[in-house]
Design a protein around this ligand. Structure first.
Ligand code: G
Ligand code: G
Ligand code: MN
Ligand code: NA
Length: 255
């Protein structure tokens, strides 16, 4: 496949891949307290490619390993550079695919990248989907404990869309749930989505977990989420995924 060999080349060469960063705003004080790293590929022919175009290809071909390493390393170095510049402290969230999370070398890789970069592990957050955590739930619990011991934060991504299993949610030592954007997009129009969002937030808090609402695009959605006690919001309303230089600018302006 052409795209697969292009991706292999992009990984070897290292200049076509770029991380974008999307702000996360703490509703308690209106400040940016984190960013989610989202990969982009500047393909020489096809232009800027979204991960939807190449992540599953990377998973199938095994290229997700070097790709994931690159993402983790780049995000940690960027986080360190923001920290060194004396900018307000933020967490850097990194998405892990199911295959990446279930690789035996995950812990060694994460530890090596943290040590090499010098980033405070408390600044790193890993986003896992329910499908990644449910492949082998007992193994997941062991890995989550090790990540926690390092001080890394863990969030369950796309919460509510996967194989939600409350029995395991109870046992998984995680820090946050990311309320999927499918519940947020119709929040002001669909009472069922509002009911689900409120219930997820209330449940998360009872379990001592934070909630990040994704895909917040309007002030109306923000108001309902704030009233429901949501901790953090992310979405076009507060900022699109953007290149590191633009995120730096936002941080410097004290947003
Ligand atoms: O950035 P959005 O703009 O298009 O991302 C689309 C999907 O790609 C999301 O599900 C997101 O979690 C995933 N994604 C983005 N960046 C990464 C990454 O660095 N690694 C993995 N595994 N998935 C990513
Ligand atoms: O699966 P994950 O949550 O990691 O992916 C986040 C995806 O959602 C990315 O593709 C990102 O670009 C996209 N996204 C972020 N904010 C918004 C938003 O406000 N509206 C929409 N429609 N998509 C968003
Ligand atoms: Mn995510
Ligand atoms: Na998500």
């Amino acid at each position: 496949l052409a795209l697969e060999s292009d991706l292999r080349m992009a990984l070897n060469q290292g200049t076509q891949l770029e991380l974008f960063y999307q702000p996360q705003i703490d509703l308690a004080n209106g400040r940016m307290t984190g960013v989610e790293s989202l990969i982009r590929w500047r393909h020489p022919l096809h232009g800027l490619l979204s991960p939807a175009r190449f992540i599953s290809l990377a998973e199938q071909s095994g290229l997700i390993s070097p790709l994931g390493d690159w993402v983790l390393q780049t995000a940690c170095l960027q986080g360190l550079s923001w920290e060194r510049a004396g900018l307000p402290p933020i967490t850097i969230a990194v998405n892990l695919s199911a295959r990446q999370f279930n690789e035996p070398r995950l812990m060694a890789t994460v530890q090596a990248v943290l040590e090499a970069s010098g980033l405070d592990p408390h600044r790193l957050e890993l986003e896992l989907t329910e499908s990644a955590t449910m492949q082998d739930p007992e193994k997941t619990i062991a890995i989550l404990r090790q990540l926690r011991e390092l001080g890394i934060q863990v969030a369950i991504d796309d919460f509510g869309t996967g194989y939600s299993n409350f029995n395991y949610l109870k046992r998984f030592p995680v820090d946050k749930l990311k309320l999927d954007q499918s519940f947020v997009s119709e929040l002001t129009a669909d009472p069922d989505d509002l009911a689900i969002s409120r219930a997820v937030i209330a449940m998360a808090h009872q379990l001592r977990l934070g909630v990040v609402a994704e895909g917040v695009e309007t002030e109306g959605q923000l108001a309902l989420l704030a009233a429901a006690g949501c901790d953090t919001i992310q979405g076009y309303y507060v900022g699109r995924p953007m290149p590191a230089v633009d995120l730096t600018q936002l941080l410097q302006n004290g947003v």
